[in-house]
Ligand binder design. Structure first.
Ligand code: FAD
Length: 365
């Protein structure tokens, strides 16, 4: 419809969620949207600990479930799987061990992954494991994948503006009359005026990257009753020989500095899980710390109609902004915690659907 043809959408946030939403928004010939990605941290800021996306595994791995998340994850899995021939996405054989007897019980995700099998009872198990499964999954390398998403978007005419935004008003003013905003600010949603979502919190994650070219399989263990003590080994996509060892899972911990004891602990647990890592040829490549942008109650993907300028007492008046009140469609997309990559494409589809539905409704009023 012609009334949607000029919609300017400001995507606030340039992590995997904002970039994927912008990608879906600009898909196909003659997209109806003019898109600006506005963010403090950009996809090329691969050493910034102020956002989560550079620090991820980034693998599809079972995390937890609900019908909505299952749908996003299934869609995302199939999308990444279809991208394997491009070389951006690595197909990975994976094993998961459990500290409980019945792996079948734990394996609700068999319908999402490929070639799923419960390990036979005579399969040798590591210490602390009582059962296990194997399947095929995928990983991507954020250092390659995020710049790739950005260059795709630039090729489609998407503009990138580096700016720390203080309030939702500011983004809405930038979007302009009849514009819309996608709020993909992750942990930033806690302090973005007009959003101020105190359910948002960090889950600190520390990992070690090693050079270990013989490791070609992802291995993960969930000891019984210790969900937060999972140990994982993930061969990196796009950088042959590099393997990510994790990790820590520390809710409400904002510390982005390296913990040396944690690094020792990660190395010891990973070597126990995958003895080949103990070979003298294994070299430490890097130590990383990132904050997963989690949210009580799970991700918020939801549309909201926002009147600007708002009456918020702390929001500064925009110089040169009009004083007429207008209603802007905002779609929130934050709080993805440990699963931003593995839910990205499915969540982005829902974000864009919500955006389009709400824009149409606005035109109907
Ligand atoms: P972010 O990447 O944090 O991006 C937020 C964006 O918003 C940034 O551009 C930031 O600058 C911008 N922003 C925030 N506030 C403002 C503001 N006020 N003004 C302007 N811009 C603002 N996920 C997986 O799926 N698989 C994995 O294997 C995996 N492993 C992980 C391992 C570790 C150690 C860690 C730390 C994370 C892992 N994750 C994994 C989680 C994944 O990294 C996150 O879920 C994902 O990156 C979240 O993406 P996002 O776009 O929501 O947020």
């Amino acid at each position: 419809p012609t009334h949607a043809s000029q919609t300017h959408v400001v995507v606030l946030g340039a992590g995997v969620i904002g970039l994927t939403a912008a990608h879906v928004l600009t898909e196909g010939e003659g997209s109806n949207f003019k898109v600006t990605v506005m963010a403090r941290d950009m996809p090329e800021d691969l050493t910034s600990q102020a956002f989560a996306s550079p620090w991820a595994g980034a693998i599809w791995s079972p995390m937890g479930r609900s019908d909505r998340l299952d749908q996003w994850e299934r869609y995302t899995f199939d999308k990444f799987w279809s991208m394997i021939p491009t070389g951006l996405v690595r197909r990975l054989p994976a094993r998961i061990y459990y500290g409980v007897e019945d792996a079948e019980e734990a394996s609700w995700f068999r319908a999402i992954v490929r070639d799923f099998r419960v390990l036979p009872s005579d399969h040798p198990l590591p210490a602390n494991a009582k059962s296990g499964v194997r399947f095929d999954t995928f990983s991507v390398n954020p250092e390659v994948y995020l710049p790739w998403l950005k260059s795709e978007l630039e090729g489609r005419g998407v503009r990138f503006v580096r700016r720390r935004v203080h309030s939702l008003d500011e983004a809405c003013e930038f979007a302009g009359e009849n514009g819309a905003v996608i709020n993909a600010t992750a942990l930033g949603a806690r302090s973005l005026l007009g959003v101020e979502d105190t359910n948002v919190y960090p889950v600190r994650g520390q990992v070690v990257l090693v050079h270990a070219p013989n490791i070609k399989e992802s291995v993960n263990i969930f000891p019984a009753g210790e969900r937060l003590r999972s140990t994982y080994v993930i061969p990196r996509a796009s950088t042959p020989g590099i393997v990510l060892l994790g990790g820590t899972f520390q809710p409400h911990d904002w510390d982005t500095s390296l913990s040396i004891p944690a690094a020792h602990g990660i190395l010891a647990r990973a070597k126990e899980l995958v003895p080949a890592l103990a070979e003298p040829t294994t070299r430490i490549h890097a130590h990383n710390v990132g904050l997963r942008p989690a949210r009580e109650g799970g991700p918020r993907v939801e549309a909201q109609l926002v009147d600007v300028p708002s009456k918020h007492p702390l929001v500064p008046k925009q110089s040169g902004a009009s004083t007429d009140t207008k209603t802007i469609v905002v779609v929130h997309a934050y709080g993805f915690g440990s699963s931003g990559y593995q839910q990205s494409w499915g969540a982005a589809e829902e974000v864009v659907r919500l955006l389009k539905d709400n824009l149409l409704q606005r035109c109907d009023v």
